[in-house]
Design a protein around this ligand. Structure first.
Ligand code: FUB
Length: 320
């Protein structure tokens, strides 16, 4: 792949400086971007679509990390974790959408393994090495195939929330250790969000029944006292929509589209949002690098500005 690209980066001490044109990673197929700001640096965690697709489906073995101090030059830290981190796992495929968060100097990487639910890895540095602290999955549910796309945030009072799910949306209240959760609420700790049209927009399902636009890929965060749930909506192809709430546990209010469908976007989309050095950035993925192959996606980013009331404007994806 590398040799086929008109890639203009520079080799620097074993890492790659990647120019900031979309897609921002042009040496691997990367998807499900999950940015994290730590210590003046953006760490961008991604899932990784393999160059060779098995059974014409997502072929994903590891999670990659990139970092930047200016949103222009990116350093490639390689695959910082993979399915091989889980000794108990009898699976070689399924390293889906990841998110990392720091707490008390440790970095917690929440990962779904498709069909195996959600697990967590921990490291002393954002780029690892990551280890498996539990030796088993984190979320103890009976709906493993729907347990994908974890997203995590810590509220100002120190309570951490882990949301996830397709096509339902669940959360747990993580304990201070970030690798266990409060089992006294919901169904053995797992709280199911009520999927109403008011919360996530109305749509009519393929079966003709009323549903909501929420599909997957939630991105949960707090900004200026407001909680945001950005997500991949409907499909196929998906678009990006969002809801807000004044409490981390909802109730959620549907706020509309952020990124509409477009021909050069993949049949999935998956957002990650940060503020960094006074600007706001919206990460997503498209299929531009593979020229239209939905299982070979690439990470892109757009700078945007929130409206004065905290709402998110419609963002137009770069067309390369
Ligand atoms: O990358 C695999 C899956 O595709 C993710 O879990 C979904 O969000 C979609 O992007």
């Amino acid at each position: 792949l590398f040799s086929k690209l008109s890639w203009m980066g520079t080799l620097l001490l074993g890492t790659f400086a990647i120019q900031a044109q979309n897609p921002i990673v042009q040496t691997y197929f990367t998807a499900d971007p999950a940015p994290m700001v730590h210590d003046g640096t953006v760490y961008l965690y991604t899932s990784h679509d393999e160059d060779s697709t098995v059974n014409n489906f997502f072929t994903m073995y590891d999670w990659r990390c990139y970092s930047s101090k200016d949103m222009v030059n990116w350093t490639d830290h390689g695959a910082v974790a993979s399915l091989k981190n889980f000794k108990w796992l009898d699976k070689t495929n399924g390293a889906w959408a990841v998110q990392c968060i720091e707490r008390n100097g440790k970095f917690y990487l929440y990962v779904p393994i498709h069909g195996e639910g959600i697990s967590v890895l921990v490291a002393d540095a954002p780029t690892g090495p990551f280890r498996d602290p539990l030796g088993k999955r984190l979320i103890e549910s009976d709906h493993l195939w729907q347990d994908i796309d974890p997203t995590v945030a810590i509220d100002d009072d120190g309570q951490a929330y882990l949301y996830w799910g397709n096509p339902s949306l669940w959360y747990v209240k993580l304990n201070e250790d970030m690798v266990s959760y409060d089992k006294s609420i919901g169904d053995n700790g797992i709280v199911s969000i009520e999927m109403t049209a008011e919360a996530f927009g109305a749509k009519t399902g393929r079966d003709g029944k009323p549903g909501t636009t929420y599909t997957e890929g939630p991105w949960f965060y707090k900004r200026n006292g407001l909680f945001y749930m950005v997500y991949a909506a409907e499909g196929i192809p998906e678009y990006i929509a969002y809801s807000t709430a004044t409490s981390p546990m909802g109730p959620w209010t549907y706020r509309g589209h952020i990124m509409k469908r477009a021909d050069h976007l993949a049949f999935t989309n998956h957002a990650g949002i940060i503020d960094f050095m006074g600007n706001s950035y919206f990460f997503y993925h498209d299929h531009s690098l593979s020229k239209g192959q939905g299982f070979k996606r690439s990470t892109s980013v757009e700078q945007f500005a929130y409206n004065a009331d905290g709402s998110i404007p419609l963002i137009t994806p770069t067309k390369t």
